[in-house]
Every structure is written in structure tokens, then in C-alpha cells.
Design a protein around this ligand. Structure first.
Ligand code: ATP
Length: 218
């Protein structure tokens, strides 16, 4: 079980927080708006109403103890950047921050966000990709443990063959297909080389998919 904090309980933040909680993790939800906090009170392990740009408030939370902190303040650029900066200064290990524009994303990276996401933009790319490839495959559960997932190839994989990457032995993952533009390479052989922009259809259990996720962060 992991410990997360989600700052900003709008549509995006509350969805992240609820999902983590439903997957059995502990989530502290934070928002400066009392109505948002009240809405989430019974759904999360804990909630706090505070201004996340206040250094003292953040210090009292002990942000370094969380496995990850999600900054889900999208539209208030100054608040989101300041909050991210303070979190990193206070020792937060992994900060994922939501950006609402490319310049916002740039600022978040500059102040130390470990991962910056642009949900609308990323979702738009995925929808376009799915429309073109003609598949609706996103994530498919195979019983309680196994899952088939489509993931973007990580930059560390570019230019390397499947044999070299050795994902089966290293991560316990099977690459079932590679989507490259409009082509789909089903059952790729060991000499297949991953290219920038490839999508991999992989099968694995929660542990192997988590390790893949960690690889994507590197
Ligand atoms: P979403 O697109 O996720 O629905 P939104 O459009 O409601 O978000 P945002 O400006 O992205 O609005 O803010 C998300 C949440 O972050 C809101 O509930 C807002 O109250 C909260 N928030 C904004 N600034 C701060 C702050 N400084 N401290 C704490 N919470 C904040």
C-alpha cells in the first residue's frame, strides 16, 4: 500500500484520488475550496482544506513521507508552479504535475516536477491514434493478475531490439505487438528494433507493468 497526496480536487484531481483509493492506497486530498473538500471527505483516507502555496501548511503535511504528490491545479498557473517548487524544496520524492499549456509544462519542469502531464493533449493524441489504428485497445484485464496494455515506447527503448531490451526476463513482460504509424507488427521477433513513436502492446502482471512504468520515468 502506498501513500499519496493529491492537491486540487477538480475533475482531474478527484478522479486520480478516487482511483488510487479504490486500488487500495491511502490518499490525502487537498483543496482550498471547502465545498470540494467536503465532497471528497467520505471517499478518501483524509482530506484537508488549505492553500497549497503556503509553505508552512505544506511543511506541516510532511510531504517527504508520500510516495508521490499529484499537483492537479490546472488553471491557476502561478499556484501550480509555486506549489510544485515548494513540494520539491520540502523533499517530496515524486511530484506529478498537471499542465494546461506547453509553457505551463515548461515552467513545471524547470521548478523540478518529476513528471508533467497534459491530460487533454495526451488524451487527444490517444484518441487520434486509436481512430487511425482502428483498435479500441487500451487496457484489457485477463483475470485478477494479468493485463494487456498499450503503452508508448519509452525513449530508453529507442534504437534497441527486443532481444537487447530483454523485457521478458528483466520485467516479466511479453510484447505482443508493436504499432508503428498505421502498421501493426504482431508477434514481433527478437530482432525487431523499437523506434521513436512506437506503441507497444504488452502483457504482464501488476509488478511487471509497474517496472515498465519505472523504466518510462528513467
Ligand atoms: P479540473 O479541470 O480538474 O476540473 P478546475 O477546472 O475545477 O479543474 P483548476 O483551476 O484546474 O480548476 O483547479 C483544480 C482545483 O484546484 C480546484 O478545486 C481548486 O479549488 C484547487 N486549487 C486551486 N488553487 C489552489 C491552491 N492554491 N491550493 C489548493 N487548491 C487549489
Amino acid at each position: 500500500m502506498k501513500l499519496f497526496a493529491v492537491i486540487g480536487l477538480g475533475r482531474f484531481g478527484s478522479s486520480v484520488a478516487r482511483t488510487l483509493e479504490s486500488l487500495g492506497h491511502q490518499v490525502l486530498g487537498i483543496d482550498r475550496n471547502p465545498a470540494r473538500v467536503a465532497q471528497m471527505r467520505h471517499e478518501l483516507t483524509d482530506v484537508r482544506q488549505l492553500d497549497a502555496t503556503d509553505e508552512e501548511h505544506l511543511r506541516e503535511l510532511g510531504v517527504a513521507n508520500f510516495d508521490a504528490v499529484v499537483v492537479a491545479i490546472g488553471h491557476n498557473l502561478a499556484a501550480s508552479v509555486l506549489c510544485t517548487l515548494l513540494l520539491k524544496e520540502l523533499g517530496a520524492a515524486w511530484v506529478v504535475a498537471k499542465a494546461s499549456s506547453p509553457i505551463h509544462a515548461k515552467l513545471l519542469t524547470k521548478v523540478g516536477a518529476d513528471k508533467v502531464i497534459q491530460p487533454e493533449w495526451e488524451m487527444g493524441c490517444r484518441v487520434a491514434h486509436h481512430l487511425l489504428s482502428g483498435t479500441a485497445l487500451d487496457s484489457l484485464e485477463l483475470g485478477p493478475d494479468y493485463r494487456v496494455l498499450e503503452v508508448a515506447a519509452a525513449p530508453v527503448m529507442f534504437g534497441r531490439s527486443l532481444r537487447d531490451l530483454n523485457l521478458r526476463a528483466r520485467l516479466g513482460l511479453n510484447v505482443m505487438a508493436i504499432k508503428r504509424g498505421e502498421d501493426v507488427i504482431v508477434n514481433p521477433g527478437p530482432d525487431e528494433v523499437i523506434q521513436a513513436g512506437d506503441f507497444l502492446v504488452v502483457m504482464g502482471d501488476a509488478g511487471s507493468l509497474r517496472r515498465l512504468n519505472e523504466m518510462e520515468r528513467d
